[in-house]
Structure formats: C-alpha cells, structure tokens
Design a protein around this ligand. Structure first.
Ligand SMILES: NC(=O)c1ccc[n+]([C@@H]2O[C@H](COP(=O)([O-])OP(=O)(O)OC[C@H]3O[C@@H](n4cnc5c(N)ncnc54)[C@H](OP(=O)(O)O)[C@@H]3O)[C@@H](O)[C@H]2O)c1
Length: 482
C-alpha cells in the first residue's frame, strides 16, 4: 500500500522542498551579512522564511511572504532545554547566518530521507514546518550523528537530529511501549474520535482511508486534523486485501468503526488479520448493545445477528479481541429525552415506554473512544466484552424525566405507552424508520442493556477498570440542552 500520494505527494520531495524553503528563503539583508547573530539556538537570531501553508488551505509550497524567525524555548515538559524556530517580532535582533541555516536544513533533509525511505515501516511526517524542527543549544555540533528517528509527543512530531537531547530518546522509548493501532472508519463519527483518542494517548496511530474520502471536504477536514496530530494515513479499503494486509502488518491493534450496515464487510478484514498473524488485539465495529444478549426476533432486520456473526467468526479464527458494548451514544435519542420525532427535550409532556423503570445507558462518543483505547494494551480485557455502565450514565425513563424536571423546574405530563402498543407501532412503521422505536423497545422495555450482571457473564466494566478516566454524565449532558 502506498502512503497516500494524493494527500501527501509532499511526503517525499515536497516535504524536503518544504524544509528547504523554510530554511533557505531569506530577504536581501539576511543572516549572511550578519556575523553578530547567535552562535547557539538559545541565543537570539532573525531569519526569513517562506511560510508553508496547510495542505488543505492555501496552495502547497506557495510563498506568502518572508517571515523573520527567532529561536524560543520549546514546550517539551520534562526535557532538557530544547529550542524551536519561531516568528521574530523584535526586528532589532540579528538574523541567523547561512552556515547555521544550511546545517539545520541538511539535518532536516537527512531526517526526512530516513523517515520516508529508510525506516521500516516507512513513516511520513505531514506537518513539516520550521516550528516542528527542534534544536539543542549548540545547533547539534556537540553530538555525533547517531542515526535518526522520530519522536512523538501528542501534537508534537519531532525529528531526532543529532542535536536532540537524550531525554527525548527516553520519551521515544515510552512511546514504543504503546501499541501501534490501525483504525478503519476514521472519516466517520466514531472512528474519528477513536483515532483522536489514540493520538491523545500517544499510540502510533494509523488510519485506513478509502481514496474517495479525499474529495469530500468534510472528510478531508477530519483527516487534516488527524494528520496535524501525528496520524499516518494509509490508502486502502476493506475490499482490497492487499491494502489491508500491508496496513495490518504495521500495527499490533486493529479497530474497526464501519457503519452498522457494513458490519459484514469486516469479514475480509478478519481474514487479513488472520493471514498477517501479527495482531494482538482486534476491536470490531459493535459499539452498542451486546448482540449476544439482544434478542428482538426479526424486528431489527438482522442488526444484532450480523454483529453476533462477526463475533463468532473472530472467535473461530482465534483472533485476540475485545468487544465494546457501550450502549447508546448520547448524541442518539438523548437530545430528545427518548422522544421519537423530537429534536429537543420536551417541556410540557413526555412519552414513557413500558413502565418507565427499566434502565438504559448513554455515553458520550468521545468517552466511548477513550475507554476503547484504554483497553487495547490491557490484559484484563483480552477476549472479553467491555461494558460501559458508569455511575451517572444509567437511568430509567422515569428517572430521566425526573432529572429533566429538576433542571427545567417544571413537572411534565407523563404519557405511558404499553409494550404491546409500542410493538404494534413498530410493525406498522416501515424499516428503517421504525429502528429508533426498536432500540427504545430493546432498551427501555426489554432491558437488554442492563438486565444482566457484567461480572456474572464474564465481562468487565469500563469505569471499574479505569476509575481515573473522566467522562460526561447524563446530567452534565442535559445541562447543555437547557
Ligand atoms: N451506540 C450507539 O448509539 C451508536 C450510534 C451510532 C453508531 N454506532 C456504532 O458505531 C459504529 C460506527 O458507526 P458510525 O456511525 O460512526 O459510522 P459512520 O459515521 O457511518 O462511518 C463509517 C466509516 O466507515 C468507513 N468505511 C465504510 N466502508 C469502508 C470500506 N469498505 N473500507 C474502509 N472504510 C470504510 C467510512 O469511510 P468513507 O469515508 O470511505 O465512507 C467511514 O469512515 C458502528 O458499529 C455503529 O453500529 C453506535
């Protein structure tokens, strides 16, 4: 699989060109003329560069002006003093001289060559700019070149030039211990949050993206955000086995977040994981009610049986897995307080399905992503179902109504809909319009989210395993709807 040429035609020469541009561009009275400039990165200097614009913004490599640069302390907590280039506002300061510019430029080019051509797996840096090049206090003359590597600290991707400090190497070691993860579906709702959470947790993060996504402005915007945070985008598809195997071979963990309609499209992915033989954890696209515990005859058009079928296939192939049963996303049903057809919570009367005492669970999608990423390297979740039922996120419809009444300081008229009436309505309404009611029936009438004990069925609960992980409660979410 090729690292995307479309997005990243700059991944080879273009990147180098960008560095050359950033380090070589200068005005008439540049550093060449000034012998007074800093002899170290910690000193003051002035330089001029042409600014490289965002790939999705202005044209690549377009020069939009000459900008004087100075050197400032880089915010790398816990590291020895490290500097980076930044815009010089004080024009009385001296610019850098050409030998220094050339030195930085050559080190940057060497690092990019290493990343793009020599390293295995090949790595592409998508945020090359002056401020991403870190320097030590003597421009690197102190250390002999020890070979080059890349170091990432959340939003930072830093080249380890011969001039970077030893502490940064230690930081790279920490990162090495975090499993590399490939996420499928990052242009989607959940997948994007999964990739973000993976980057936040400093996992080397790869994303498998279909070529068609790059012509879609919204998807491109999401990809640019991920790239800026250090994600590596690989072009491929669930229907292209070669691309799958090549991507899988680069990682230890695979997470899939395709839409529920495409759940069976994971079969080629499972087969590729089996062939590659290197995956230590696979998290398939479930992220809802437990499909093994949700039995609603044929009302769901195979929604849950397809997810269960994928479980059986993973187990049969002996692939290490974690299944995530996060129950409802907050963005689904909660904005209307479980009132089909409404877009905001009711302020006069509320419809309650069943007797109103059966509990359901709502989780913010970003929290689902954080819990999911936490499980990847955790032996306690190996070959287990991770359920999400934290305190403050599990309420019955009667309790939801009460919480909302407290917030709007008003009693709501309650209209109870019996199970048989709900079933009748589901049958009368054509698919897929009836799915919202099917989910309500499964959750608030049948209790499939909460009618079993997690431990008794051999599962694990997210907030028990990760008590320090912060999440949004239902009450906090409802506050945003007031
Ligand atoms: N619990 C809940 O309340 C709830 C609510 C919604 C969803 N979910 C679950 O969350 C999971 C993800 O759903 P979602 O709504 O986030 O999905 P989504 O927004 O529709 O995104 C689907 C993603 O899959 C990608 N994709 C589709 N076919 C592909 C292929 N052949 N190869 C590679 N990538 C492909 C799409 O990429 P392109 O850009 O190429 O199209 C897109 O990035 C599902 O399991 C769903 O059931 C749960």
């Amino acid at each position: 699989m090729a690292v995307l040429s479309r997005l990243f035609s700059a991944s080879g020469n273009g990147m180098v060109a960008a560095v050359l541009t950033a380090t070589a561009a200068h005005g008439g009275d540049d550093g060449l003329s000034d012998s007074n400039n800093c002899g170290s990165a910690g000193g003051e200097g002035r330089r001029r560069v042409s600014k490289r614009s965002s790939f999705f913004g202005r044209e690549r490599n377009q020069r939009i002006g000459i900008m004087p640069l100075s050197v400032s302390v880089a915010p790398c907590p816990g590291l020895a003093q490290v500097f980076r280039l930044s815009k010089l506002k004080d024009t009385t300061k001296s610019p850098l001289n050409w030998p220094i510019r050339l030195k930085i430029m050559m080190e940057a080019v060497k690092a990019l060559t290493f990343l793009h051509i020599e390293i295995n797996p090949l790595t592409t840096h998508h945020g090359v700019k002056s401020s991403n090049i870190l320097l030590d206090s003597d421009w690197g003359t102190r250390h002999p070149p020890p070979g080059l590597a890349v170091v990432s600290r959340k939003r930072w991707l830093v080249y380890r030039f011969p001039i970077l400090s030893q502490e940064m190497e230690q930081s790279a070691e920490v990162k090495k211990k975090k499993s590399s993860v490939l996420t499928v579906g990052v242009t989607g709702r959940l997948g994007f949050e999964l990739a973000n959470a993976s980057l936040e947790a400093s996992h080397p993060t790869y994303c498998l993206v279909r070529s068609t996504s790059f012509s879609d402005p919204e998807k491109s915007r999401k990809l640019q955000i991920l790239i800026d945070s250090g994600a590596i985008i690989l072009e491929g598809s669930l229907h292209d086995e070669g691309s799958l195997i090549e991507a899988i071979k680069q990682v230890k963990v695979v997470i899939c977040a395709v839409n529920s309609k495409q759940v069976l499209d994971q079969k080629p992915l499972i087969s590729a994981i089996k062939k590659a033989g290197c995956i230590e954890r696979f998290i398939p696209s479930e992220f809802g009610l437990d499909p093994d515990k949700t039995h609603i005859s044929d009302m769901d058009q195979g929604f849950y049986s397809r997810k269960a079928e994928i479980r059986r296939l993973i187990e049969a192939q002996g692939i290490p897995y974690t299944f995530i049963s996060c129950n409802f996303f907050m963005s689904y049903l909660l904005p209307s307080l479980v009132q089909p057809g409404l877009k905001a919570p009711p302020r006069d009367k509320i419809t309650i399905f069943g007797n109103g005492n059966v509990k359901g669970v709502f989780m913010k999608v970003t929290d689902v992503a954080k819990f999911t990423i936490s499980t990847m390297d955790d032996p306690r979740t190996l070959n287990k179902v991770l359920y999400l039922r934290p305190q403050g996120n599990m309420y019955s419809m009667n309790e939801l109504a009460e919480i909302w009444e407290g917030k709007i300081r008003k009693k709501l008229e309650k209209i109870y809909v019996k199970e048989e009436d709900l079933l009748k309505k589901i049958k009368e309404t054509p698919y897929p319009d009836n799915m919202e009611m099917v989910f309500i029936y499964a959750t608030f009438v049948k209790g499939f989210q909460t009618c079993f004990q997690v431990e008794e069925c051999g599962g694990v609960e997210g907030s028990v395993l990760y008590p320090n992980l912060k999440y949004t409660t239902i009450s906090q979410y409802l506050d945003t709807l007031l």
